[in-house]
Design a protein around this ligand. Structure first.
Ligand code: SF4
Ligand code: SF4
Length: 236
């Protein structure tokens, strides 16, 4: 599939949100409490939004996502994402490693807690987590495609689980916005929506009976909407 580098940053936050990644990952090495932004803003935020609107956070709020789309896209080979990164086994293994490492570090901090520096130690766990993600995902983005990390990101996995839960329990019935085609018959199958998709999905082949693209991996980023030459795509 031909992958086209198309603009993906349609808001100020998506353009400059990556600065927060650097403030937490590098600033946090000196001011450990900066790491507290991760559990109390990032993790909490993505859990709540995913319950109501799937992976919206990944495509519109995630500071790492902004780094991939706003900065790394320009320098990335933007080739095909290898299937191994999308594999369910990869997703499960990464999630288990992440949960075990994070869980044991949090347990250690709270079991030896020594009063005043508790929040520094707790914050530092997330500073290093943010830094490690940056160090792994950046070369992957440059050598393969910007959103490789997002294929198996544990935060993405959490959002898919919460998104599914929201659908099953019908919590998200009135809030879950999906990529929608106004009329399948007017699609000329030019593949542009697939060629510009950061997650390398193929919406034009997968619209359901209700004319919606019901894929948990869709990050609702609007890139295909803004690039469809027939102007028949919306997120609603
Ligand atoms: S970009 Fe629009 S016209 Fe082209 S394949 Fe996708 S939905 Fe169809
Ligand atoms: S299908 Fe469209 S909205 Fe969904 S991730 Fe791909 S480009 Fe973004």
């Amino acid at each position: 599939m031909k992958n086209i580098k198309a603009n993906r940053t349609f808001t100020v936050w998506r353009k400059y949100g990556w600065l927060l990644t650097f403030i937490i990952a590098f600033g946090g090495l000196y001011i450990h409490k900066l790491g507290l932004i991760v559990p109390f803003f990032v993790m909490l935020g993505l859990m709540i939004t995913s319950l109501f609107n799937g992976r919206f956070w990944c495509g519109n709020v995630c500071p790492h996502g902004s780094w991939y789309d706003s900065i790394l896209l320009k320098y990335s080979k933007n080739g095909e994402i290898p299937k191994g990164f999308k594999n369910i086994a990869t997703i499960i293994v990464v999630f288990i490693i992440f949960a075990c490492v994070l869980g044991s570090r949090v347990f250690k901090v709270f079991s030896n807690f020594s009063g005043l520096d508790l929040w520094d130690k707790f914050g530092f766990i997330f500073v290093t987590t943010y830094l490690v993600v940056l160090l792994i995902s950046t070369p992957l983005a440059l050598f393969f495609a910007p959103r490789v990390w997002c294929q198996f990101c544990p935060m993405g996995t959490i959002q898919k689980l919460f998104g599914k839960f929201g659908q099953i329990t019908k919590i998200s019935n009135n809030t879950n916005k999906k990529l929608t085609i106004t009329d399948k018959n007017t699609c000329v199958k030019c593949k542009k929506c697939a060629n510009v998709c950061p997650m390398q999905l193929e919406p034009y082949l997968n619209f359901n009976e209700e004319n919606q693209f019901d894929d948990l991996n869709c990050i609702k980023c609007n890139t295909c909407v803004n690039n469809c030459p027939k102007n028949i795509l919306t997120i609603k």
